[in-house]
Design a protein around this ligand. Structure first.
Ligand code: GLU
Length: 282
């Protein structure tokens, strides 16, 4: 296991932030300071000439806060109602923060159909290409308000990797509530070791995935992150998992000197996004 010390020049990156990282743990409201730092970093990356897309969770969590629900909603109708309220509020907040830097953003909401249906997939790809050409930062989420069980991705880790594959990004960064991939679940095993670099997704690595993330807000556990790693690395992108405690770690990632796990790109010409989706999500 080597240390991460590799500075690469990325041209197109996708950054994903989870609900538990965007909100205050106890009260559930948005963490504006963190959002401000995130937005500032992403605008800075745009200024360096990179194409940037943000996959942001938080619709359900923000809606739940706005509606004053103390418990995480379990039934589909309440989750969808929360998402309808929360997604609008989330975008309003992003609009305002990105506006500080004169950065235009656009909203892209996915259902599984967006990826499975070849026409929808092609149109979505063209939309992203055009948004990047126009210098816009697309803000992506699942369309939770209309995604019924059959049409759900369920977690934004997988969704962000699909975006990477679709737009041919060269890096995916997952801002998480955990430092990276550990040899065991660090919540139960304090002696678990952080893995710094994964060259190859072999069975040893897959066996390390545990689904506890320590929060009850998001949905993506470690196995969702490894699924994302498979899609991203096979599509030719590096993937990084880091802790969103201080999102300015994004600068350290570009410098190639950070604490977290780097999954190295391992382009696989036999990996076919369409087949993978039909086999696993179809
Ligand atoms: N799409 C959900 C939301 O915005 C979150 C999914 C996830 O946490 O992975 O609330």
């Amino acid at each position: 296991m080597s240390e991460i010390k590799e500075k690469k020049k990325y041209k197109r990156i996708v950054v994903k932030i989870g609900s538990s990282s965007l909100t205050h743990e106890e009260e559930g409201g948005l963490d504006f300071q963190k959002m401000e730092h995130l937005v500032r970093c992403l605008c800075d990356f745009r200024n360096r000439g990179m194409d940037v897309a943000l996959v942001s969770s938080g619709a359900i969590a923000v809606g739940r806060g706005a509606l004053g629900l103390s418990e995480k909603p379990r039934d589909i109708a309440t989750r969808q109602a929360c998402a309808a309220v929360g997604q609008a509020k989330l975008m309003m907040t992003y609009e305002r923060l990105f506006g500080e830097y004169n950065q235009v953003v656009g909203q892209v909401l996915f259902t599984k159909n967006t990826i499975i249906n070849p026409v929808a997939r092609g149109n979505t790809k063209n939309t992203f290409d055009e948004l990047f050409r126009l210098g816009v930062i697309p803000i992506v989420n699942e369309n939770d308000t209309v995604s019924t069980y059959e049409m759900q991705f369920g977690d934004n880790d997988t969704l962000s990797a699909l975006v990477v594959s679709l737009v041919k990004a060269d890096e995916l960064i997952l801002l998480s509530d955990i430092d990276g991939l550990y040899t065991d679940d660090p919540h139960d095993h304090p002696d678990a070791k952080l893995i710094r670099v994964v060259e190859k997704l072999d069975s040893d690595i897959i066996g390390m995935a545990k689904d506890s993330t320590g929060s009850d807000l998001g949905t993506g556990g470690m196995s969702a992150k490894l699924r994302a790693a498979r899609i991203a690395t096979y599509s030719g992108a590096d993937m990084v998992i880091v802790n969103a405690r201080d999102v300015r770690i994004l600068y350290d990632i570009l410098e190639g000197d950070f604490t977290g796990t780097l999954f190295k790109a391992r382009y696989n010409p036999n990996f076919c996004l369409e087949n993978y989706i039909l086999e696993t999500l179809g």
